[in-house]
Design a protein around this ligand. Structure first.
Ligand code: KG4
Ligand code: ZN
Length: 370
């Protein structure tokens, strides 16, 4: 369903699949970049801190407590009224089911109350489509989605069609950064803490593996790397009784380099696989998800894309981490393609983007892996 050139759409996007409650209002007119009128993100770190991980029940309760506040604030900051909203877009999965249910129930109430359509969005699709909030991206393109709960190479064929070229067989890189930081007693989320210390470190002081890089395909694994880090920390403790500031910095730099090298090597494989499967070279490589904030990694993938003659793009950080704006934008694109869900919209804990790809086993930060 294409919108007439003169008409604009105002979309409310709701995200509650993990530990960020986020609501955004975006406005879109055909042939013009979407405009993010407001973006509210409330993090729950302080609620989960004492438990050493996200407690799903606490997360769900906090989302349902804060969704109305976030919506009112998003409308206020956008200088808009509830009746200005044309469409409600909500994360309907995958994620922690209690949180997803809170968002879906809230969105249904709102859409029914105002009498406007609702669209249920796959959270992973929203990450993959997030570059479109700030730049032009033509389908099909290659996307590396790396966050605290997910890690996959995707051929993005359209807003509703994806091919999974590969992904992690165990931990996501963000999970590995978070757990590694915990071993050193650094604040959560771990990624920014590791990156900060790594700035003063020597990246070849400790030798960590580049998992699965000797194997064909672009599947990844980060659990062994995380264990190798732990062993190294234990070894240092065993010999000197503590880890010095310089050793911490060198450990962080060496770990960050191992993650970045691994993702660069596998990105090269993904580029080749994209070309084989799509019968065309990718012209655009999107790096999305919270870990895309890492400068070492951004630089490394950008250089790889440059060598391959591919345009590289990583969205601004606020659109890389979980946010309502990417949900609004993904929902709007699905709406243009004719999707409108009713009150029967279901929340899903698992929701693979590519139904033909192998199911991923295990549970991560966001619950069951998609
Ligand atoms: O996309 P996101 O906000 O939430 C999930 O969907 O998981 O990603 C959060 C993850 C965390 O694990 C965090 O440690 C990681 O992104 N992260 C980083 C950096 N900033 C955030 N990892 C490495 N370097 C960073 N600068
Ligand atoms: Zn996410």
């Amino acid at each position: 369903m294409a919108i007439p050139n003169s008409q604009s759409m105002t979309v409310l996007g709701i995200e509650s699949s993990c530990d960020d409650t986020s609501v955004a209002l975006i406005k879109h007119k055909a042939n013009i970049h979407p405009q993010v009128l407001s973006l509210i993100v409330l993090n729950q770190n302080h609620l989960h801190k004492q438990y050493g991980g996200i407690v799903p029940e606490i997360a769900a309760r906090a989302h349902s407590d804060k969704l109305d506040y976030c919506t009112i604030e998003a409308l206020r900051q956008a200088n808009s009224k509830v009746h200005d909203i044309d469409l409600v877009s909500v994360t309907a999965g995958p994620g922690l089911i209690g949180g997803v249910l809170s968002g879906v129930a809230f969105a249904k109430g709102l859409s029914w109350g105002i009498g406007i359509p609702i669209v249920g969005v796959n959270h992973l699709a929203a990450h993959a489509l997030s570059p479109g909030l700030t730049t032009e991206c033509h389908f099909p393109y290659l996307c590396l989605l790396i966050s605290g709960g997910h890690c996959q190479f995707l051929a993005v064929l359209s807003p509703k069609e994806y091919r999974r070229l590969g992904g992690t067989i165990d931990d996501a890189p963000g999970e590995a950064f978070d757990k590694t930081a915990r071993h050193l007693g650094l604040p959560q989320p771990g990624g920014p803490s590791i990156e900060k210390l790594a700035k003063n470190g020597v990246s070849d002081r400790y030798h960590f593996p580049r998992p699965l890089t000797g194997r064909e395909g672009c599947d990844l694994s980060f659990s062994g790397l995380k264990t190798a880090f732990l062993r190294e920390v234990e070894k240092i403790h065993g010999t000197t009784g503590s880890v010095s500031e310089q050793q911490q910095a060198d450990l962080c730099a060496s770990f960050q380099k191992a993650v970045s090298d691994t993702l660069r090597i596998k990105s090269q494989t993904a580029i080749t696989q994209f070309e084989t499967q799509m019968k065309q070279k990718p012209t655009f490589f999107a790096l999305t998800g919270g870990v895309a904030a890492n400068h070492e990694l951004r630089g490394s993938i950008e250089a790889l894309c440059h060598d391959n003659g591919i345009k590289f793009y990583a969205p601004p950080l606020k659109y890389c981490t979980d946010n309502g704006a990417m949900i609004a934008w993904a929902g709007l694109q699905l709406f243009y393609l004719g999707q409108a869900d009713g009150l029967e919209l279901q929340a899903r804990s698992r929701w693979p983007l590519d139904p033909n790809s192998r199911p991923l086993l295990g549970f991560g930060k966001k619950g069951a892996k998609a």
